[in-house]
Design a protein around this ligand. Structure first.
Ligand code: ATP
Length: 252
C-alpha cells in the first residue's frame, strides 16, 4: 500500500495556478525527489502535502486516510514531519535542548509538570542516540545559533527524526550551502533513509543533490508535472533539460 498519494492537486493564487493537477504516489521506504526551476511550484506543492496550504482542488491521502484538510500539527501526529527552507531551530538553546523538545513531544511528556526519573533517563538516552547518529555529540552543549549552517540543518533534521515520522519531508535542505556542507547534509540524509527505511520526499532546486539520493524524481515546471522517473531517466529527458536551461536563460 502506498504511504502518500497526491491526487490531481491544484492550488491557485488569484489567477495564477501555482500547482496544476499534480499527482504523486510514494511507496513506503521510497526516496522521492521533487525538482524544478525557480517558481515551478515546488514549495507550494510541499506546503499542500504538509498542510500549510489547502489545495483549491484535489485530494491528499496519507496511509489511506484523507488528510487534505488536516492541520499541519495533526499531520505530524499521524507521522509526517518536515523541515523548512529556512532552518527552524531554537538558536538560544543548546543542540541537546533543541533535540530534547521533540523527544518529549514524541514521548507524550512535553509540558507535563512531572517526569519520573526513568522517563527522564529514557529521553536523555534518545537524545544521545540522535546526537550520535548525526555526528553532533561533540557539539551537544553549544548554542544552536552559533553552529555552522550545515550543523544547524543537521540539528533540524534530527528534530524531525525525533518525532519518529513515517514520512520525512525535506524542503531544500542544502539551500545556500557550500560544497562541503552540502555533501555533509546529503550524507546524513542518505544515512537516515537507509538506516531506518524512512520514506522521504525531498524538494530540491539542485539536481546534483537529488541524483545522489533519490529512487525516483518528479519534475515540476510552471506548476505542472513535466516528467517522472529514475534519476537516469530524468537526466536524459530533453524536456527537463529544456525547462532548466530555459529557466536559467530567463534569469541570466
Ligand atoms: N502565497 C502566495 N501568493 C501568491 N503567489 C504565490 C504564493 N506562493 C507562491 N506563489 C507563486 O506561485 C508560483 C510557484 O511558487 P513556489 O514558491 O511554489 O515555486 P518554487 O518552485 O518553490 O520556487 P523556488 O525554487 O524559487 O522556491 C510562483 O509564481 C510564486 O510567485
Amino acid at each position: 500500500m502506498s504511504l502518500l498519494k497526491v491526487e490531481q492537486v491544484s492550488r491557485r493564487f488569484g489567477s495564477l495556478v501555482a500547482v496544476d493537477q499534480v499527482s504523486m504516489t510514494v511507496e513506503p521506504g521510497e526516496f522521492r525527489a521533487v525538482i524544478g526551476p525557480n517558481g515551478a511550484g515546488k514549495t507550494t506543492f510541499f506546503n499542500l502535502i504538509s498542510g500549510f496550504l489547502l489545495p483549491t482542488s484535489g485530494r491528499i491521502l496519507f496511509d489511506d486516510q484523507d488528510v487534505t484538510a488536516v492541520k499541519p500539527a495533526n499531520r505530524v501526529k499521524l507521522g509526517m514531519a518536515r523541515t523548512f527552507q529556512v532552518t527552524e531551530i531554537f538558536p538560544e538553546l543548546s543542540v541537546r535542548e533543541n533535540l530534547r523538545i521533540p523527544v518529549e513531544v514524541a514521548a507524550g511528556h512535553r509540558l507535563k509538570p512531572w517526569q519520573s526519573r526513568a522517563d527522564a533517563r529514557a529521553m536523555d538516552e534518545r537524545v544521545d542516540e540522535l546526537l550520535q547518529r548525526s555526528g553532533l555529540t561533540g557539539k551537544a552543549g553549544r548554542l544552536a545559533g552559533e553552529l555552522s549552517h550545515g550543523d544547524q540543518r543537521a540539528t533540524e533534521i534530527m528534530m524531525a527524526i525525533a518525532l519518529n515520522p513515517r514520512l520525512l519531508l525535506l524542503d531544500e535542505p542544502t539551500a545556500g550551502m557550500g560544497d562541503q556542507e552540502t555533501y555533509d547534509v546529503t550524507q546524513l540524509i542518505r544515512k537516515l533513509h537507509r538506516e531506518q527505511k524512512l520514506t522521504v520526499v525531498l524538494i530540491e532546486h539542485d539536481m546534483r543533490v537529488v541524483f545522489h539520493l533519490a529512487d525516483r524524481v518528479m519534475v515540476l515546471a510552471e506548476g505542472q508535472l513535466l516528467a517522472e522517473g529514475t534519476p537516469d531517466e530524468i537526466a536524459a529527458d530533453d524536456a527537463v533539460q529544456e525547462a532548466y536551461l530555459g529557466a536559467e536563460a530567463e534569469t541570466a
